[in-house]
Design a protein around this ligand. Sequence first.
Ligand code: TEU
Ligand code: CA
Length: 556
Amino acid sequence: MKKEWWHDKVAYQIYPKSFYDSNGDGIGDLPGILEKLDYLEELGVDILWISPVFRSPMVDNGYDISDYYAIDPMFGTMEDMDRLIAEAKKRNISILMDLVVNHCSSEHPWFQEALKDPDGPYGKYFYIMDGKDGQVPNNWRSYFGGSVWEKLPGYDNKFYFHSFAKEQPDLNWENPKLREEIYQMICWWMNKGLGGFRIDAIMNIKKDLTWADLPADGPDGMADVYKVSQKVHGIGDFLKEMRQRCFDPFDGLGIGEAMFLEEDVVKNFIGEKGYFSSIFAFEPCHAYRKGKNYKEYLWPQPFDDWRKETANNQKMLGDIGFEANIIENHDQPRGSSLFIPKEDYGFYSVTALATIILCQRGLPFLYQGQEIGMCNREWKLEEFNDVETMSQYEICLKEGLSPEQALEICANHSRDNARTPMQWSHEINAGFTGGEPWLPVNENYKEINVEDQEKEYGSVLNFYKRLIRFRKSEEYKEILTYGTYEPRYMDQDHIFAYQRCLESKKLTLICNFSSQPSSVTLASDYENVVFVNYEQTTVIGADLQLRPYEVVVLEN
Ligand code: TEU
Ligand code: CA
């Protein structure tokens, strides 16, 4: 496998609106990130992915871009962005921005021009179609619920296509002019010295141009548009072109938001000749999404499925390339709430989870607040902000759930859980803002915050620092990066274990992911315990005794 500059790095995602507010308007901003760069450097972060900060009406918190060449005033100025790239570089941190090019905002000038003249050049930047006697052209359901088609204002029988909210019209990638605009824009940003991009919702850019109805999968008679992206061919031509034009010339890092790839196509997507440098490993953290209906979602994440999905993913990748490993992001509940039963939440469970993820093969991405063990909040219906949660609630009611049950599902799964302000201190508003935060802070900030954890030797934060140092240590960096991955002790209840091997070196991670003591009969002899989350070192005999949520990394 050819070595790349980013292979042995640790990445961190910032959701800028909720990271740190520098001017008291209740909204996180770029100067806020600048102020916290030393904190991130100290944590051991090498790559920073910043969710969208481009000009946007914020229907989907910046995932609806109205000007790709401007910073939204809410976040600061272009000078702030340039300063951030430069200051990060001084600390050996590369910045990834968020590339949202499946769609733009309905306020983007391209769409505004298309509205004026649907048959003109900008009409062809989008998918504008005739309906069936005033009815939508087909039965596809958008990600956020309802039809993917919205009537073009001023017309009786013309519709435009949107995979997400109606304020996010999809861009027509079949149009070479549109692609050219996108490529120029990416290169313009890369020339500013970015490390690369995280690439949003990219699997949706190829449409089924027959626009044929799909078999209904819900009582609304519609079918998820997501199925179209799974079915169509030919996306590779676009992605290859984008890589060659925009990433290769800069040795840029492109992390695709692509999921559920089949084994036979994975090598096209990542690795040396792949369309992307890497893609996120969603399967292990989506193991709770059993049925297609929200009411079939499981809570918390079932351990066996998580373990199995991880093993499958790692096996499928083999030596092809690296996935980007996560337990959470801005679209997921908090990892420490999803993976750990509520009554078990604590230092050992949170650090066990951290160690399992960071010692895997792949490029680890932490999400802001993960490093202090931030968790889900308790919600009242009127406190939610997210577009997806709003429609989730309605859909739950339509699925026949009571308002209480619907609220419980939303409270567990809402993306707003990840979007509550970063907990910097035990001061008012968790030290995130001097003003009124745009989304409520999690009330537990008095117990869970950066400032206190920095002072406490045995805190989750200090554990993460130690874990990242271990991952990047001269001694174990190579094996933790390039070592093979083999799941172990899969037949033992609540044991998450795997072995990493590189040449003659072997590391075995064994974790008791449960609140009861457990033991594992070891298959071979071990010489050293090289990493632990409990204070006293474990005594290793033929049987390894493990305390609740104890994790050990052994060398032999
Ligand atoms: O998400 C794409 C996506 O597929 C979503 O349906 C995601 O799986 C869902 O929100 C999980 O609950 C990306 C962004 O990450 C998301 O924040 C945006 O809302 C979306 O694209 C539209 O840009
Ligand atoms: Ca601000």
